[in-house]
Design a protein around this ligand. Structure first.
Ligand code: AHR
Length: 525
């Protein structure tokens, strides 16, 4: 830990270093903690084996919910959890997942492995999971194959306090008090697995379904329409227009949705051959980082469309599926989307968060896909021993938890950011973001250069810095990952490469590393 009470004028500043200028006294839009949200679908071993093992399991559990997974996610201050899908949401019928477990009807999970789902994890189990996690539930309703009545009654079942039919049904299943349901999704990927709809067709349905998702009592539901795939700006425009058309006299909050979603995944070669999670070369690494940084272009362009209809930025953009999508691990069910997670995935995550922080005035929520055992997971569990491993991506979420609900700070770069040519354009090899809350600031720094270490100067203005500490996430190679045998191959450690500088601090960034610097602040300087 270094301590800088005042800037030291006697120190000669080095001018050859990259400088990140941060005005600590000029806070920008607040970074919602909900951009650190998660996603749990009935897919592969995410729910069954991941979150839920059943009450008879030898793995310590409460009501069948794994307590080691709960503990690990609580340490991340997990703000919300999206469920039950994904594609699964649009073929899920919630009434199949309530009542005595051994009497629940079965169904085929046609999207994910064509396996039989026994519905033993349903509404009550999900809400109990959220309570254990201290996370807000984000439930995705079924527009693709469900009815308006079915959706309306699910929300009544969850949130109504009196003796209404659905509240009575809930009580008969053992839950007296209604739950809060802060977030509700009006279907998922309506342009694809959620019904293969056109934008105008879905916009029409979203308005219809939203009308019957009622706020019962003082439990408001924030409704999220199924938004665009990647660069489908026309989809966003159509939904914004559908909202604008509702703005006239007589429109009520029930008729509106408050946000649109956006889905974008990072993968390498092609949709058919996405590349391997652990076996990749230098070129594939840089291609990945280029694809990850594309999130900035996508948010900027979708936000521009939204701005033209909603200049006050009252409608949220919810990136409720993002992350890496690799070829499944050899020997695993192709429909289960199980993949390893390396230091490369961690850098994909850190770059995404820098982007989300920069668009904090529009991006109100984001959900990495998915929390356990699927795609860019936080946690991998061994199917045989049950052993739990925290992934490198988990550590980025944990290192960034100081950004939750903090005020964003812009980071201005002086000097030339090193770049690398990737597919004909320059990929910046440095990424940063910062935030302030009270007397603490957090700076996130990613060195994306595979082989070159760099030192960056933090030119800290506007307030005195009374102390600092840093942590680093790094490993000998980008392919390094955690396993039950070596669970801490990639794990954060205290970073000693931080020194006072005439303008603030000098921070060493090892090649392919992620560093966070926590600053303790005094008065305006
Ligand atoms: O996260 C896996 C799948 O990806 C989701 O079910 C779907 O919404 C998306 O295509």
């Amino acid at each position: 830990m270094t301590t800088t009470t005042e800037k030291d004028p006697t120190m000669t500043p080095r001018t050859d270093l990259l400088t990140a200028v941060i005005n600590l006294d000029l806070p920008g839009p607040r970074i919602s903690r909900h951009i650190y949200g998660h996603f749990a679908e009935h897919l592969g071993r995410c729910i069954y084996g991941g979150f839920y093992v059943g009450e008879d399991s030898s793995i310590p559990n409460e009501g069948g919910i794994r307590l080691d997974v709960v503990e690990a996610l609580r340490a991340l201050k997990i703000p919300n959890l999206r469920w039950p899908g994904g594609c699964f949401a649009d073929e899920y019928h919630w009434r199949d997942g309530i009542g005595p477990r051994d009497e629940r009807p079965r169904m085929v999970n046609s999207h994910w492995g064509d396996i039989v789902e026994d519905n033993s994890f349903g509404t009550h189990e999900f809400m109990q999971l959220c309570e254990l996690l201290g996370a807000d539930p984000y439930v995705s309703g079924n527009v693709g194959s469900g009815t308006v009545q079915e959706m309306s009654e699910w929300v009544e079942y969850l949130t109504r306090a009196d003796e209404s039919p659905m509240a009575t049904l809930r009580r008969s299943n053992g839950r007296d008090e209604p739950w809060d349901l802060p977030f509700f999704g009006l279907g998922n990927e309506a342009w694809g697995c959620g019904g293969n709809m056109t934008a105008p067709g879905y916009a029409h349905l979203a308005r219809q379904y939203a009308t019957y998702v009622r706020n019962h009592g003082d439990r408001p539901v924030y409704k999220i329409a199924a938004g665009a795939n990647v660069e489908d700006y026309r989809w966003t425009e159509t939904l914004m227009k559908a909202l604008a058309d509702l703005g006239g006299a007589g429109a009520t909050q029930h008729q509106h949705f408050q946000a649109l979603s956006l889905h974008y995944y990072t993968y390498n070669q092609s949709w058919e051959d996405k590349g391997d999670a652990t076996s990749f070369d230098t070129e594939a690494y840089y291609t990945t980082m280029k694809r990850a940084r594309r999130m900035e272009e996508l948010i900027r362009n979708h936000a521009a469309v939204m701005d033209s209809y909603d200049p006050e930025r009252t409608i949220g953009l919810v990136v409720d599926e993002w992350g890496t999508w690799w070829n499944v691990e050899e020997g695993t069910n192709p429909g289960f989307l199980y993949q390893q997670n390396t230091l490369r995935d961690a850098l994909v995550a850190s770059v995404h968060f820098d982007i989300f922080h920069r668009f904090a005035d529009r991006v109100v929520m984001a959900n990495i896909a998915q929390t356990v055992n699927v795609l860019q997971a936080m946690i991998l569990t061994d199917p045989d021993s049950g052993a739990l491993v925290l992934t490198p991506s988990y550590h980025v979420f944990e290192m960034n938890s100081g950004h939750h609900d903090a005020d964003s700070l812009s980071v201005g770069i002086k000097g030339t950011v090193p770049t690398r040519d990737v597919e004909g354009s320059a990929l910046p090899l440095f990424s940063a973001s910062a935030s302030v809350t009270g007397d603490t600031a957090l700076v996130s720094l990613s060195n994306l250069d595979e082989s070159t270490a760099r030192t960056v100067v933090l030119d800290l203005r506007g307030r005195t810095v009374t102390g600092s500490s840093a942590r680093v996430l790094n490993a000998p190679t980008l392919q390094t990952h955690n396993t039950p045998e070596n669970p801490d191959a990639v794990a954060p450690v205290a970073h000693t490469g931080i020194r006072d500088h005439a303008h603030g601090l000098e921070v060493d960034l090892p090649a392919h590393s992620y560093v966070t610097v926590q600053l303790h602040l005094g008065s305006a300087g």
